[in-house]
Design a protein around this ligand. Structure first.
Ligand code: ADP
Ligand code: MG
Length: 240
């Protein structure tokens, strides 16, 4: 589904991603872990072409994507993203938020978009909130709306950048449960999170990043119980 080869990204003199190689197969849930500043968000943003690489290859569903040859907006329709801050439109209802992109970008009929939007809101457990405004929702509910909104574009891959980091602790579980369900339904997902329980339980693969490099990749049980690299061990000791 995604193949990254020798990806490099710098901001000015700051070399943030260093020869990143990564493979994500269809229906995989890949969990990216690592200290703050290690380059996790930049990697996700490169996968969604919100940042443009300096060198290397990004291959999405077998197609090497280059900004010169591809319409990146079209590519982004296939690669959905959910952010730490949900960025819902405050003056639109929950359902209007969810159908905005399908109607405006995909030119879907309003009635069809509404039908799909309602279904997705049901799926994330917010079937009774269609006509609410975001200000009336908890953080966990807002984030579930953001997930439904991303799903409304019918992406092939979903990227999550610390989707629960801005939430009060008691609201984290409902968002992780929604993500877990999505993974179990076969959605291909790349998830940056500090929720190690989620990484262990839901991840097919765990990727540990340090200082712009992938230090170690493995099954959750290998990474958490039997890390090969000292750095991985040190990081896990600091967070577990
Ligand atoms: P993480 O998500 O793992 O915390 P980031 O990918 O956000 O790490 O950041 C990696 C490094 O790149 C950090 O040193 C950060 O300050 C820097 N960085 C990220 N985005 C930008 C940017 N737009 N301009 C300059 N530096 C950036
Ligand atoms: Mg980040």
């Amino acid at each position: 589904m995604i193949r990254v080869e020798k990806l490099n990204k710098s901001f000015g003199d700051l070399h943030v991603l260093k020869d990143i190689d990564l493979k994500v197969n269809e229906s995989d849930v890949v969990v990216l872990i690592g200290a703050s500043g290690s380059g996790k968000s930049t990697l996700l943003r490169c996968l969604n072409f919100l940042e443009i690489k300096n060198s290397g290859n990004i291959i999405i569903e077998g197609e090497q994507i280059e900004k010169e040859t591809h319409n990146l907006n079209k590519v982004r329709e296939r690669v959905g993203m959910v952010f730490q801050h949900f960025n819902l439109f405050p003056h639109k209802t929950v359902l209007e938020n969810v159908i905005e992109a399908p109607v405006q970008v995909k030119k879907m009929r309003q009635s069809e978009a509404e039908e799909i939007g309602k279904e997705l809101l049901n799926k994330v457990g917010l079937g009774d909130k269609n006509n609410e405004y975001p200000s009336k929702l908890s953080g966990g509910q807002k984030q579930r709306v953001a997930i439904a909104r991303a799903l409304a574009m019918n992406p092939d891959v979903m990227l999550f950048d610390e989707p629960t980091s801005a939430l009060d602790p008691e609201l984290v579980g409902e968002v992780l449960a929604t993500m877990k369900e999505l993974g179990e339904e076969g959605m291909t997902m790349v998830v940056v999170t500090h929720e190690m329980g989620f990484a262990r339980e839901v991840g097919d693969w765990v990727v540990y990043m340090h200082d712009g490099k992938i230090v170690e990749t493995g099954k959750p049980s290998d990474i958490f119980d039997n890390p090969k690299e000292e750095r991985t061990q040190a990081f896990l000791n600091s967070v577990l």
